[in-house]
Design a protein around this ligand. Sequence first.
Ligand SMILES: [Mn+2]
Length: 429
Amino acid sequence: MDAHMIARRERVAAAWALTDEVVLIAAGESVSIPGGADQTYPFLSHSDYYYLAQQECPGGVVAFDAKEGWIDFVPEVTEAERVWEGRTDAPGTPLSQLGGWLASRRGRAIVTLGAGLPGQRGAHPRAAALAEALLHARRPKDAVEAARLRAASAATAAGYASVMKFARAGMTERQVQIELEAGFFRGGGTRTGYGTIVGAGTHSAVLHFEPGARVLAPGDTLLIDAGAEIDRYTADVTRTYRVAGGGDPGFFKALYEVVLRMETRGIDRCVAGAEWRDIHLAACREAIEGLVALGLMKGATDVLLERDAHALFFPHGLGHMVGLGVRDASGYLPGRVRSNRPGLNMLRTDLPLEPGYCITVEPGLYFIPALLTDAGRREKYADAVVWSKVDALLGFGGIRIEDDVLVTSGAPEVLTAAIPKDIGAALLA
Ligand SMILES: [Mn+2]
């Protein structure tokens, strides 16, 4: 076994500090497509299993006996799988021996993590604590993980480079997606890390818009949020462009600069020891200052921040951890609870940053009709928002800028820095 895999398993075992328990981490099973005959959804091992076993293996189980160490159980490959899928034997002990292995440990606590096992009845009382400890152990990325993230970022950059040359009025969101993803795959990507988001015009104010047949018009805001994945490690990048033509780009440029300032300052704050929640709130403050300067909000910054007024335009958290999957090891430090305040209630991550953590920084400012035409909000913020100006911008869409940041013991490393984001790059030719 590779040295980094041995180190991972040692790290997880140390985090658990077990004395007598037996832990099973299950990859999960293939899922049939309803009505699809023998078709299944693409299989991805549970990320906890993948972290410890580095393979896509339906039915696979990594077992840990606190007294003896680790053992890999893998299902026997059937002839049909060899014929139809070209599957070959994975290294490990035949899964058929798991039952006997467990029987010889009868009476000891058996905790199942990962995807769980078929026929499993309920979770062991210790399962949540051990799952949390495993998740926390996974947070700092090792050298192999960082290398994959760098490669995924390079493939993602290739896709964005194609789009910047290609996107213009008259094309559809779908055509933009095709060009982007072709660039990802040419650049070495093995999958997209999540469903590519491409939104033109008002669609750019839908946080997760699926590209469709909409045609880009001159002057449209064009938001793209996508990432190439390599061996289960994905980049997660957002850029917002303005399609050439369509009159004065003045407001786009002004709003873009506000979001870009939130983003670059947010990145600078990603240093070891910093609380993610504080970094989020600092960006909220900058959103308010920017919106006041643009004449869209009015009042004292502290008061507006206290009233969560920024969440009308910035309704999500500043980012999340990324790596082995697009929401890798996000979450809250044990004991912390989610706020019910607008904006803060969307925070996916609430913990202090440590070297090796990889986190997205992705502020956005949007004109979302579903929020801004709501009577209750308009009344609550009657004195905080210049509604006449905001109403005139309900067709603008939104701007989000997102990079992936590796926290170090020194300055943060922006893994996706090769993808241009200055205002000159945002204004498409
Ligand atoms: Mn993201």
